[in-house]
Design a protein around this ligand. Structure first.
Ligand code: FE2
Ligand code: FE2
Length: 187
């Protein structure tokens, strides 16, 4: 399997936006934490999270190829792990009307949107720091549809049905994971 360094080099060669890199690092951290929660492969889940949006600057007007292109770039590094490649590709399935199939794919689906909500919660803090965000403050913003309107609440909420994790616990896992990489993501 490709290393985290290889994945990071690939990401940064294809993605220049600071905000998008921050999103990818956030999802990586949460995916690693979720893999630990399920006692599975944190390295693999982390790389899937890190790379899931890596082709966005090339596919933003071509949603059919979103995530597919990244999976192709990873294949060019001689990667053959089907779980890793399909994990990345699964991020684009939504645009083809296909749902995630595995626990890893559902984890990516649900946490993708939650990281955006948590970043928004940090940015409204006076110091704009993740350290000042609490689980309670995220849960308070959760039903406020006009706050971070792009973060699809119904997708996040599937953590209960698809992952067997209560929303409150899902927020706690994600927030703690993002706080642990706060300096890397600059929040
Ligand atoms: Fe995406
Ligand atoms: Fe994403």
């Amino acid at each position: 399997m490709i290393t985290r360094d290889q994945a990071w080099d690939l990401l940064t060669s294809k993605m220049q936006s600071h905000n998008l890199r921050r999103h990818c690092l956030s999802v990586e951290a949460v995916m690693r934490a979720l893999a630990k929660h399920f006692e599975t492969d944190a390295q693999k889940w982390g790389i899937v999270g890190l790379l899931h949006d890596g082709d966005y600057e090339f596919t933003k007007d071509d949603s059919v190829n979103h995530a597919k292109l990244m999976a192709d770039w990873v294949r060019e590094l001689s990667e053959t792990d089907p779980e890793l490649l399909e994990g990345i590709e699964s991020h684009g399935w939504f645009h083809q009307g296909k749902l995630p199939q595995t626990q890893m794919q559902w984890a990516l689906f649900c946490c993708d949107e939650l990281t955006g909500l948590i970043v928004a919660c940090a940015l409204v803090q006076p110091a704009k720091k993740l350290a000042d965000v609490t689980v309670e403050s995220v849960l308070k913003k959760f039903p406020q549809k006009s706050f971070a309107a792009g973060a699809k609440r119904e997708d996040i909420l599937l953590c209960e049905e698809k992952l067997g994790i209560k929303l409150e616990d899902f927020v706690k896992i994600a927030l703690t994971a993002m706080q642990s990489v706060a300096s890397e993501i600059g929040l």
